[in-house]
Write a protein that binds this ligand. Structure first.
Ligand code: ADP
Ligand code: ZN
Length: 211
């Protein structure tokens, strides 16, 4: 099954897509993680992308479309995949359709802006492997240390409160229109992620996939 997961920053897409990935044995592909990996390599492209990201802005469509094109060609995607954070704009969604990639389900995780702003301040990510945690809602076993690889947990530069507000504005303007795009195609399920624990949202996501 080919699945798209979208929602505002901090909606828990990373966690949701990991759970689906394990249950269905298909890879979870996060454009955010792929881009952050590219940044670490210090290439010229990486430096250019860093600028867009640290302001909370989007990376240009052509760049992420190329990233996705290359990634879904790989053999681990032959039984399906979950896209987390792609598409994020209408042109990106159109590009997927043009590539002839059939999407089965689109899940939108809806969380209101004030809850997002509150949650983002507690988010931490592993410097080494990119896994994400939350100081209240998804604590690591040892404070400040990644459960998976023992890397150090840090706050992402673009999780700073002012940057989060900027990202939310961009989300409403550029990403939210995907709701209409995929509901017209009959593929959309909206999940309310307000005031719910990660576990409750995971259950809603899994039952939406079974429906
Ligand atoms: P979140 O879901 O928490 O907003 P991501 O890790 O998905 O964060 O993405 C972080 C940043 O990477 C975005 O703010 C944006 O700059 C860039 N990015 C990721 N995916 C895309 C995309 N599909 N199109 C444009 N930019 C993207
Ligand atoms: Zn780690």
């Amino acid at each position: 099954m080919n699945i798209i997961l979208f929602g505002p920053p901090g909606a828990g897409k990373g966690t949701q897509s990991e759970v689906i990935s394990q249950k269905q044995s298909i890879p979870a592909i996060s454009t955010g993680n792929i881009i952050r990996e590219a940044l670490k390599s210090g290439s010229e492209l990486g430096l250019r992308l860093k600028q867009y990201m640290s302001d909370g802005g989007l990376v240009p469509d052509e760049v992420v479309i190329d990233i996705i094109k290359e990634r879904i060609k790989k053999s681990d995607c032959k039984n399906g995949f979950i896209l987390d954070g792609f598409p994020r704009t209408i042109p990106q969604a159109e590009a997927l359709d043009k590539m002839g990639i059939k999407i089965d389900k689109v899940l939108e995780i809806n969380v209101s802006d004030d809850i997002i702003i509150e949650r983002m301040s507690g988010r931490r990510v592993c410097e080494t492997c990119g896994s994400s945690y939350h100081m209240q809602n998804k604590k690591p076993q040892v404070e400040g240390i990644c459960d998976k690889c023992h890397g150090t947990l840090v706050q992402r530069e673009d999780d700073h409160p002012d940057t989060v507000k900027n990202r939310l504005q961009i989300y409403h303007k550029q990403t939210k229109p995907l709701e209409n795009y995929y509901s017209k195609q009959g593929k959309l399920t909206v999940i309310n992620g307000d005031n719910k624990s990660i576990k409750e949202t995971v259950e809603l996501v899994l039952s939406a996939l079974e429906a």
